[in-house]
Design a protein around this ligand. Structure first.
Ligand code: BTN
Length: 252
């Protein structure tokens, strides 16, 4: 990837966003971070048909077939710096949930921290990365959403927009719906947090979480304002999980 990699510009539904759509990049998050480092303003949206070094959370790889997913990253520069990272990650995830509902007619749920799921099968994953650099604080929120049907060997674990809808889904239409919802929610992060609570696949479930100080098991009772998962480990005793993954054990 370098500054000369060709891209097309897509008309965005709001002048708050500038969309660059690439055939291929190593990672849309890397591109957005690098653009931010050299002074790009907030609102850059980077899309690629294919990534050669796509990254998932917790050091995992994120691999999809060319053209099969909507792979996108948004560059933000929130005033609250790192303290806003979880809030804006929730905004991006809820906007994506709204967009999927708009184009497929089916509303997915959010598995904490930010996976979009439908009947416990993964539809989309979100990766947030931040940096405090010479040109200020950068927050990049990237999401990969399965659009074309997933391979049969992943059918119990993953699902796609086209499987939810039953007919083809246009990735550009999904992007436009995502940006429309983002435009509204970026000014109302608390509305996104309420939607994340309402449509959570994790709240009210018994969960297991690995923390640095050991494993905890309890009932997921709330999302904190900063996006953490509040787990009740004994009556009246709660722990906030702020990083990592949780395993859903069963309904509480
Ligand atoms: C996860 O579920 O582990 C998060 C996956 C995030 C993947 C997206 S695809 C677009 C953006 N670019 C990357 O390299 N990763 C994110």
């Amino acid at each position: 990837m370098d500054a000369t990699t060709p891209y097309r510009e897509i008309d965005a539904p709001s002048d708050r966003f500038r969309v660059r759509w690439f055939d291929q990049l190593p990672s849309t998050n890397d591109y957005a971070l690098e653009a931010g480092r050299v002074g790009e303003a907030a609102g850059l949206v980077v899309i690629a048909d294919h990534q050669t070094e796509g990254r998932g959370r917790l050091g995992r790889k994120w691999e999809t077939e060319p053209g099969a997913a909507l792979l996108g990253s948004l560059l933000l520069r929130p005033e609250g710096g790192v303290h806003d990272a979880h809030r804006y990650t929730t905004v991006v995830a809820v906007a994506l949930m709204n967009a999927v509902e708009k184009v497929t007619g089916v509303r997915p749920q959010l598995k904490w921290p930010n996976d979009l799921v439908w009947q416990e099968r993964k539809l989309a994953g979100v990766l947030t990365e931040f940096e405090d650099g010479p040109n200020g604080y950068l927050l990049v929120v990237g999401a990969g959403t399965n659009v074309s049907p997933v391979a049969p060997e992943y059918a119990t674990l993953a699902v796609s927009c086209e499987e939810l809808k039953g007919t083809p889904v246009d990735r550009e239409a999904l992007l436009r719906a995502w940006l429309e919802s983002l435009h509204a929610l970026l000014d109302e992060p608390d509305v996104a947090l309420d939607a994340a609570r309402r449509d959570s696949a994790t709240l009210k479930k018994k969960v297991r979480a690995e923390l640095s100080e050991g494993e905890i098991v309890g009932i997921a009772v709330d999302l904190s304002r900063s996006g953490g998962l509040v787990v009740e480990t004994a009556p009246g005793t709660t722990t906030e999980v702020t990083a990592g993954d949780v395993v859903h054990l069963h309904d509480a």
